[in-house]
Design a protein around this ligand. Structure first.
Ligand SMILES: NC(=O)c1ccc[n+]([C@@H]2O[C@H](COP(=O)([O-])OP(=O)(O)OC[C@H]3O[C@@H](n4cnc5c(N)ncnc54)[C@H](O)[C@@H]3O)[C@@H](O)[C@H]2O)c1
Length: 334
């Protein structure tokens, strides 16, 4: 066990969005770090109850971060750590329903910050998005001090808004906040679906021998980051003092073309469906993504370890192992 993890032993933590992809992995990692009590607050609008570990030290509250009753119930406990991951996810969803996006990602984040301040939590970690705050014009590699005002979706706008509220609570009230800017996270725990990320969806289509839809030329790149590396970075931000008041890219520092992802998935699954070019999404103006992780490396010792093929293979294993449950819970048509 890494040394920094011992800081979690015997403590208490709230994970909002803990039934989702990253939140469920985080909850599992906190259990492993021997956190005494973990409260998960999730309204199950996207996550699944079965994704939350069923353990005596995990308290699950089904409720929304915009609902004061649910928040009062959760914050009846005293928390050492709050990991705020609940979100209306993601770009296309926010274009389809911008009001829900503002409500959850804006108002919801403000409310979780307010309750965390009153609760006098020792550390608040916010799940921001590197594919949001940098917009589409930033020079590569993306560094933390460049933030764009020319954003392309309500999700991107509200993720930036969340960061601004975090900064306000840190600067004005002294709330110890650290912001994680995640980049294209993938891995076990993500259920394929209409608004989900490309890797689980490609795997799901491939398992059904369908062509993988490419919403561009396939030459576009993203900085895909395996969820275990994201969790390691998030847990470091939670306890290492140098993280307080800062925003940190958590990424793999590697560009991967979408066509290469499609080819890896088709090969892994023996999918003969190939690929299908379906046309660009109107809001998608980002052709390349690669982050610098120099800041997180220096401040908290973050070092991603998982290579693309290995990560995709682990994601595939998880999806096939949970195929029946996914079949019944996915909001997804193939
Ligand atoms: N997955 C990525 O690639 C990625 C990239 C950048 C940032 N992020 C951020 O990381 C966080 C976690 O992402 P994820 O991929 O696990 O998403 P997810 O959709 O799997 O998880 C989010 C969880 O929040 C829950 N939720 C939604 N609205 C809620 C509400 N009003 N109250 C309580 N719970 C609510 C959902 O049911 C879901 O379980 C999000 O804040 C997301 O914006 C994710």
């Amino acid at each position: 066990m890494s040394e920094y993890l011992s800081e979690y032993k015997g403590k208490t933590a709230l994970v909002t969005g803990g039934a989702g992809c990253i939140g469920s992995n985080l909850t599992r990692a906190l259990l492993k770090a021997e956190v005494a009590q973990i409260t998960v607050l999730d309204d199950l609008s996207a996550g699944q109850r079965w994704n939350v570990p069923d353990m005596p030290s995990v308290v699950f509250i089904q409720g929304s971060i915009v609902d004061d009753e649910a928040l009062k119930k959760a914050f009846a406990n005293k928390f050492d750590f709050v990991f705020h991951l609940a979100a209306h996810f993601a770009n296309q969803n926010s274009v389809d329903d911008p009001e829900a996006d503002l409500m959850v990602n804006g108002m919801g984040t403000l409310k979780v910050l307010q309750y965390s301040h009153l609760n006098k939590v020792n550390k608040f970690v916010f799940a921001s998005s590197g594919c949001s705050v940098y917009g589409s014009q930033a020079p590569l590699p993306l560094k933390e001090d460049f933030v764009s005002l020319h954003l392309d979706t309500p999700y991107q706008i509200n993720k930036l808004l969340g960061e601004l509220y975090c900064n306000f609570f840190h600067n004005y009230y002294g709330l110890p906040v650290a912001t994680a800017r995640y980049f294209n996270v993938f891995g076990p725990g993500e259920i394929p679906g209409k608004y989900r990320n490309v890797i689980p969806n490609f795997i799901w289509w491939a398992l059904h021998q369908k062509p993988l839809p490419l919403t561009g030329t396939g030459e576009e790149t993203r900085d895909f980051t395996f969820v275990d590396d994201i969790i390691d970075g998030t847990l470091r931000l939670g306890v290492i003092p140098e993280a307080v008041g800062g925003a940190f890219n958590l990424a793999s520092e590697t560009e991967t073309k979408i066509i290469d992802v499609a080819n890896i998935v088709n090969e892994l699954t023996d999918n003969t469906g190939g690929v299908n070019f379906v046309g660009k999404r109107d809001w998608d103006k980002i052709s390349r993504r690669r982050a610098s992780i120099a800041k997180a490396r220096k401040a908290v010792g973050y070092e991603p370890k998982t290579k693309m093929k290995e990560g995709i293979s682990k994601t595939y294993d998880w999806i096939t192992a949970n195929r029946d449950r996914i079949e019944t819970s996915a909001t997804f048509e193939v």
